[in-house]
Design a protein around this ligand. Structure first.
Ligand code: FAD
Length: 346
């Protein structure tokens, strides 16, 4: 059987990225192309090398802030498809191409009786970006399922497979945000799921929203979707990137001191010697919830969500700086921005 030849790669110049990022920021990519096939990815990387262009991969654009026009080549990774491999009696490995939409795949898995991802329903974005910050929600993280990540090395075009251990996952982080930042394009992600229902209802607000203490995976999926829809603004209506800051991890001693001064501050155990603080509480306590600075602001119901009414990346980042400074001065706690920043900060 002959395989259809992939379509030619079209590289365009001066493309406005506004439709490609959930903050709806208008900024121009010097070069831009959509990659539908692995051959096109290799051709795009060759083009970038020949012309000495920096390469910026893009998925659904729901975890980035574009501070200015982006020089070099922006690649939207649109590789599609999935393959399934049974591994043990009750388990199977599913290899998802990087351009598959995350939530659509969570729904597809549930419909087919492949369980585990229900708590991660409705997270925006694509499969290829999920390992970048080890996406997590409602007490579950991607790394609990991840078997391997297929990548193409930007510098050499080499195809490599990284194991879960290689990815060095942590809370909203991985090797792709640290030592291997900008080194790889992720082309596929393999997750190990269960054919037997396996539920996790440890997260307090999820547990409280369930009517049964032995819920089915479908009930968990529905509860997570309901909570998220009631809590988080839809980027299609109010442009945002979800949580703008990570929940800070501090030494337990410092957390204990903060608990004395601020008994309402939510504090969660993180490791034997550290605790996680609720960033939303810190920001709200500093009076930013619902604030507006020109065409950007903080969502009126979600202090962790910065929103773009009609502003630009610089205005969003200026507000983020103001919040960081105020939180530092008030609590001596440093907030870290969660989305990746591209372009030059002015
Ligand atoms: C309303 C809302 C709610 C959210 N809730 C959550 C949540 O509960 N938990 C959570 O963890 N996150 C959450 N997020 C953040 C975001 O959805 C995730 O980080 C998601 O994985 C980003 O996917 P994306 O395809 O949009 O990535 P993009 O924004 O396109 O890219 C993010 C980063 O990954 C890189 N990247 C993308 N694709 C590839 C690839 N194929 N190869 C190499 N690098 C790549 C980009 O260069 C960029 O640095 C939320 C965002 C929004 C808007």
């Amino acid at each position: 059987m002959t395989e259809a030849l992939p379509a030619e790669l079209t590289i365009e110049q001066s493309i406005d990225l506004k439709p490609y990022n959930s903050l709806s920021i208008s900024a121009v990519a010097e070069y831009f192309c959509v990659v539908d096939h692995i051959d096109q990815l290799h051709r795009a990387l060759n083009f970038a090398h020949k012309n000495k262009l920096k390469v910026t991969p893009l998925g659904g654009g729901s975890n980035l802030v574009i501070a200015s026009d982006i020089s070099g080549l922006v690649l939207q990774i649109n590789l599609k498809g999935l393959t399934i491999k049974p591994v043990e009696r009750d388990m199977l490995d599913i290899c998802f191409s990087a351009g598959e939409n995350w939530h659509a795949m969570v729904s597809h898995c549930l419909e087919n009786g492949w369980y585990g991802l229900e708590n991660l329903a409705l997270i925006p974005g694509n499969m290829g970006a999920a390992p970048i910050q080890n996406i997590g929600a409602y007490g579950v993280e991607l790394c609990e399922f991840l078997q391997s990540v297929e990548v193409v090395e930007v510098a050499t075009g080499k195809v490599l497979t990284l194991s879960c251990e290689d990815c060095e996952f942590g809370y909203r982080t991985s090797i792709f945000k640290q030592a291997a930042k900008d080194s790889y394009i992720i082309t596929a992600v393999t997750l190990r799921l269960s054919k037997m229902p396996r539920v996790n209802i440890e997260y307090p607000s999820l547990k409280a929203s369930l009517t049964s203490d032995q819920p089915t995976p479908k009930e968990i999926y529905q509860a997570v979707c309901k909570i998220r829809r009631s809590k988080l603004p839809d980027p299609a209506e109010i442009p945002n990137v979800g949580s703008f800051f990570k929940n800070p991890i501090v030494q337990s001693e410092m957390a204990a001191n903060l608990a004395v001064d601020y008994p309402e501050l939510p504090i969660y155990p993180y490791s034997v010697s550290s605790s996680k603080l609720a960033a939303a509480w810190l920001i709200e306590h500093c009076g930013f919830k619902g604030c507006r600075r020109g065409d950007v602001g903080v969502h009126p119901h979600q202090a962790l969500v910065l929103v773009n009414y009609q502003g630009n990346g610089s205005a969003i980042l200026a507000l983020a700086d103001e919040i960081k400074l105020q939180v530092l001065q008030t609590f001596s706690v440093e907030l870290e921005i969660e989305p990746r920043i591209y372009g030059t900060i002015t």
